[in-house]
Design a protein around this ligand. Structure first.
Ligand code: N01
Length: 547
């Protein structure tokens, strides 16, 4: 048989298609651990990562001051005792380069890289019901197929630029916090404009202010910010924590947000006197951290009046710190209840507005009209700028999934199915897309808990499920549409019992024009959720259809 005849017999697509047991999209905290777990089951796994290195969120968000707002000793993997004994966290809150180093260490330590393809952005994932196979294509043109597909694409991975006309005409340089250049940016001597005042902006503004000749911060809505009080981790504290890591993790797992060391509140805000409340908030302010501050009274996130006591405390602090009264007033949040948008954690944010080279521009009063070749124009003023930083957030929760052309049974598009908002069973699977798992998907605690805990819990559950499906010689698992409808309603009901849905936050998709307004995280707590997932698994995956 000639070579030509051989080639003719085999369709090109099949020749180029690599076959695996599972494909994982993303090599951040979720993808790395997913790979490790699936490999341990004996599966042949391929991981596709769009970035040029592992790390996910911590690879892309390299902006000045990027740092985690969950304490290092809590925001780390718990799956390997030796790893948590060996790794030393230098600071209370780890900065981005340290977390990225940690994730690189994990990739090397567990020899994960050989199954990860970098610079490979997945463009489509299509399911074939007959063969029970997912086919994934990458932008580079590679095609792989596998019975199982895991989307470890992250909740905040799709950078969102604002709908401001003229960006393409700007003669200076512009940056987005979530797509920061590898080599960093030197703002020395420049006139810089930062658009946005969310968590990313709050972290970068104090550092950019130190470099720039002039910094303008364009703020549409002010945010609540509490101090981080970051500091080097005391060696003795670190060691004591490490010696009891197992107990610390177990304690954390009993909390809604999977972080230990914070006594559970027992009282409502108005069950104590105004003086006691003030003193308690002062203690929390001095201690630092967002979780601690919001975990003061049982009703802070369900009662407007209770919430307002904490909100007003922070406003008073802003007025004390910021010297110019008008700037202070502009920095006082007035459009949402504290904690219903992500509570920001800072190091010197409000103090930065006392610098001579920093000016807050209230673009709620005079909106930004356009970006011009030389800078930016608001309704009543022009600003000459050398650089613009968009700290304008992300198309959260569904953005990264929708960037991929995902099609399930009968070619149904995920985007179309979720046109009115995402629907999942347990945030893990969505009906009609068999064998496709989502790590920290909409309808799971995800961004409203310690992400690393949420990821580990999901990855463990998914790996156990895949193991069971294979052990039972089944081909397919899918969310039962009625279980999914019931769960989605439950997620909404729990959300509606809180103040969260009232805020125009990315939690409800309010930052993306046209996005359906749905509060997608499950806010009953990771502790409650974990129990539910374990029960479902123990009942041979009740609420899932198997064949
Ligand atoms: O984004 P955001 P982020 N004109 O969406 C403004 C996590 N994170 O990147 O409020 C003017 O919070 C927008 O204004 P407004 C964390 O979960 C964690 O800061 O919509 N302004 C807002 O001020 C966080 O919540 C860490 O009026 C415009 C800002 O841009 C999430 O990531 C660090 C605008 C966007 O804020 C996202 O945070 C960083 C426009 N056209 C991030 N469009 C830590 O762990 C948008 N804005 C510490």
């Amino acid at each position: 048989m000639s070579n030509a005849t051989q080639m003719k017999d085999v369709p090109t697509a099949v020749t180029n298609t690599q076959r695996y047991d599972a494909v994982v999209v993303g090599a951040g905290f979720a993808g790395l651990y997913m790979l490790k777990r699936l490999r341990a089951l004996g599966l042949r796994v391929r991981v596709f990562e769009a970035g040029s290195n592992v790390g996910g969120t911590w690879f892309w968000n390299k902006y000045p001051g990027a740092r985690c707002d969950v304490e290092s000793l809590e925001y780390s993997y718990s799956f390997d005792e030796d790893l948590q004994q060996d790794w030393v966290w230098p600071e209370r809150y780890a900065e981005q380069p340290v977390i990225l180093k940690y994730l690189n260490h994990v990739a090397d330590r567990f020899d994960l890289r050989k199954d990860i393809e970098l610079n490979q952005r997945v463009s489509s994932a299509h399911y074939d019901s007959e063969g029970c196979l997912w086919t994934l294509s990458t932008q580079r043109g590679d095609v792989v197929e596998a019975p199982f597909c895991v989307m470890a694409t992250g909740c905040l991975s799709t950078a969102k630029l604002p709908e401001i006309p003229g960006i393409d005409r700007f003669k200076g340089k512009w940056y987005h916090s979530g797509l920061w250049p590898e080599q960093g940016v030197d703002f020395t001597g420049q006139r810089v404009g930062v658009i946005g005042t969310g968590s990313s902006a709050v972290q970068m503004i104090p550092l950019i202010a130190k470099e720039a000749k002039q910094l303008y911060v364009f703020q549409r809505h002010a945010n609540f910010v509490v101090p981080a009080h970051n500091r080097p981790l005391d060696a003795a504290v670190h060691q004591a924590h490490q010696e009891n890591y197992v107990e610390h993790r177990a304690e954390a797992q009993l909390t809604p947000f999977c972080i230990g060391g914070h006594p559970k509140p027992t009282k409502k805000a108005f069950e104590v006197s105004a003086q006691e409340r003030q003193a308690t908030y002062e203690t929390k302010w001095a201690k630092g951290g967002a979780i601690s501050f919001l975990y003061t009274y049982t009703d802070l996130l369900v009662s407007k009046e209770a919430n307002e006591t904490a909100g007003e405390f922070v406003r008073q602090k802003i007025r004390q710190i910021v010297k110019d009264p008008q700037t202070a007033e502009d920095l006082c949040p007035n459009d949402h209840y504290i904690g219903t948008k992500r509570l920001c954690v800072d190091t010197g944010y409000f103090e930065t507005y006392n610098r001579n080279n920093v000016r807050l521009v209230n673009v709620q009063k005079a909106p930004i009209q356009q970006i011009e070749p030389e800078g930016l124009k608001t309704e009543n003023e022009s600003f000459a700028l050398d650089a613009i930083v968009f700290a304008t957030g992300f198309d959260a929760m569904t953005g990264a999934l929708f960037e991929i052309d995902i099609r399930g049974k009968q070619g149904a598009e995920l985007k179309t199915k979720w046109a009115d908002g995402p629907a999942t069973y347990l945030g893990l699977m969505t009906a009609g897309f068999p064998n496709m798992f989502i790590v920290t998907g909409p309808g799971s605690p995800s961004v409203k808990t310690n992400m690393v805990c949420a990821i580990e819990q999901h990855v463990d559950w998914i790996a156990d499920c895949v193991e069971q499906i294979r052990a039972q010689r089944l081909h397919e698992i899918d969310a039962d549409p009625s279980a999914q409808a019931h769960w989605t309603q439950h997620v909404n009901d729990v959300g509606d019992s809180t103040l969260y849905p009232l805020a125009n936050s990315w939690y409800v998709g309010a930052n993306v024009p046209g996005k359906p307004r749905v509060f997608t995280p499950y806010v009953a707590g990771l502790d409650v959720y974990r129990k539910k997932c374990d029960e479902v698994a123990a009942q041979n995956y009740a609420g899932f259809l198997k064949r």
